[in-house]
Design a binder for this molecule. Structure first.
Ligand SMILES: Nc1nc2c(ncn2[C@@H]2O[C@H](COP(=O)(O)OP(=O)(O)O)[C@@H](O)[C@H]2O)c(=O)[nH]1
Ligand SMILES: [Mg+2]
Length: 262
């Protein structure tokens, strides 16, 4: 079980659908904080280390501080159900570059409802973009509704996709019952300053020992198109019946899928 002291690095998850700008957001956070904080990054990709290579090439951190976890065919499980590989990667990074202040963990981003286990991350950001449509924030889901921060990203594109950003932020705030929402664009320096301030705020409360990791809740049952059944595969749910809300035994957690034929 990871040491849970205020001196351990803050582990910050970044989840959200593919293409919403998670890797770019991590690059932005690194760029804005690398001078004052000791940072590390872990990426989760299905079969490749593309996100890690993108971040290394962005030159925001020493390449060795960016590690890739290859998750196999079911990427969300590596951040929620069987977090062993990610925990080991975080512990290795924290040991190799001790002391680190923040380890950012990017999810594979395969599913709108994928969230991190609170046994892996202390806090999590869920990223949507305006190109996904203004109504997606209203539709909710565990990450949108209950991540520590919801980012509405790429606001610079809003005029081209006909999205009203203040409305999308207001809808998200209602869905989140007042939890933090941030409209972000890599070309809007004020929004980047706000993101930086949010990360510093969470780090501060983590160090004080007052930050309490929240579980946004399990993802919705979902469908894997590549699974074998010719009539359309399986409805797929991840077993969350352990009753152990914080998955403290996660390194030994056996990854079982309670698959049921559709
Ligand atoms: N216009 C615009 N594009 C962005 C922004 N942030 C990221 N992107 C682009 O969105 C695409 C996906 O970004 P990426 O960070 O790889 O998304 P990920 O799959 O969630 O990690 C890339 O082409 C980025 O250049 C932004 O603030 N504005
Ligand atoms: Mg990425």
């Amino acid at each position: 079980m990871p040491e849970n002291t205020p001196t351990r690095a803050l582990r910050l998850g970044v989840a959200g659908p593919v293409g919403t700008g998670k890797s770019s957001l991590i690059a932005t956070v690194c760029r804005s904080l690398a001078d004052e904080l000791r940072l590390g990054v872990i990426t989760n990709d299905i079969y490749t280390d593309e996100d890690a290579r993108f971040l290394r090439s962005a030159g925001v951190l020493e390449p060795e501080r960016i590690r890739a976890v290859e998750t196999g065919a079911c990427p969300h499980t590596a951040i929620r159900d069987d977090i062993t590989t990610n925990l080991l990667a975080a512990e290795d990074l924290e040991r190799d570059f001790a002391p680190l202040d923040v380890v950012l963990i990017e999810s594979g981003g395969d599913n709108l409802t994928a969230t991190f286990s609170p046994a892996l991350v202390d806090a999590q950001i869920f990223v949507l973009d305006v190109a996904g449509g203004g109504d997606v924030a209203r539709k909710g889901g565990p990450g949108i509704g209950r991540a520590d921060l919801l980012v509405v990203n790429k606001t610079d594109l809003a005029p081209y996709v006909g999205v009203d950003v203040p409305q999308m932020v207001a809808d998200a705030s209602v869905a989140r019952e007042g939890r933090a929402v941030l409209a972000l664009s890599r070309s809007d320096v004020a929004s980047i300053a706000a993101l930086r301030a949010w990360v510093l705020g969470v780090l501060e409360s983590h160090r004080r020992g007052t930050h309490v990791p929240q579980d946004p809740g399990p993802m919705a049952p979902h469908f894997h198109a590549d699974e074998e059944h010719p009539e359309g595969g399986f409805v797929h749910a991840h077993d969350e019946t352990s009753g152990d809300e914080h998955h403290a035994s996660a390194p030994h957690h056996v990854h079982s899928h309670s698959d049921t034929r559709k």
